[in-house]
Write a protein that binds this ligand. Structure first.
Ligand code: SF4
Length: 242
């Protein structure tokens, strides 16, 4: 089924539209993206709870004007061209015609690529919806109350569209989930209890160890080729834990 946006029918079928938030999740960890958007698992942790309460104002739709700047909060966004949709925390419409999206984030003001990709995806939607270029936007740190301006460069746009394609492939893939990264991202991830990154990585390492052991054994005792193939195949079956 096709989706109609502002009188334009998208070439993307309904089921292939991508939520903008998925780009941020994918960029942070592809497995996290699959757990949320394929397995429909979402759990709160301290970081998401803090972020949610800090987001409350930006999540309430409304319009206000400050010093000539019209400010739209919780503005729905979509792109028929790219087949993605979502919501902008804040979009400023300046008197000189500038359109400036602002994404609210919990945490420090430091650069985080996944935030920038999400902001850029919002800008691509705004450009299509408003028919005007969006040159930059900002990530607003709720804890420090400061903005980090993000220029929407050609490189960032390209990376955003590449990420969108990767997300679309992931969400349409019926195969196994992406592998767990099991690194410093995991302690901050609200899905750590659903994901078991160390167990999953441990199982993968065990599978690798077993297949190496079988290969070494075959080489050492010189099994006939047809038995060797059967043996190697068996090692995958006994260790296919994910
Ligand atoms: S716990 Fe780690 S591997 Fe699992 S989804 Fe989160 S970041 Fe990814």
């Amino acid at each position: 089924m096709e989706r109609e946006t502002q009188g334009t029918t998208s070439t993307w079928p309904e089921e292939e539209w991508i939520p903008i938030s998925a780009l941020e999740h994918y960029s942070y960890c592809p497995r996290q993206c699959a757990l949320i958007h394929v397995e429909q698992i979402f759990e709160e942790n301290l970081f998401t709870l803090r972020g949610r309460s800090a987001h409350e104002r930006a999540d309430t739709a409304g319009t206000q004007t400050e010093r000539g700047v019209r400010i739209e909060r919780a503005l729905p966004l979509w792109s028929a061209k790219y087949g993605m949709s979502g919501k902008a925390d804040v979009v400023e419409f300046h008197p000189d015609g500038r359109i400036f999206p602002v994404e609210y984030k919990n945490g420090p003001r430091r650069e985080r690529r996944h935030d920038d990709l999400q902001l850029c995806a919002q800008a691509l939607c705004l450009e299509e919806m408003m028919g005007r270029p969006v040159g930059e936007g900002a990530i607003y740190s709720i804890s420090t109350r400061r903005r980090r301006v993000v220029p929407l460069t050609a490189e960032l746009r390209e990376e955003t569209l590449e990420t969108l394609t990767a997300v679309r492939i992931l969400l349409n893939n019926t195969g196994p989930l992406p592998e767990a990264v099991n690194d410093k991202r995991c302690p901050r991830c609200s899905l750590i209890d659903a994901c078991f990154p160390s167990v999953v990585v441990g199982a993968r390492q065990e599978k690798l160890r077993l297949s190496l052991f079988v290969a070494e054994t075959i080489e050492r005792i010189g099994l006939a080729p047809h038995l060797a193939a059967l043996k190697a195949d068996d090692s995958h079956r006994t260790s296919s834990i994910r």
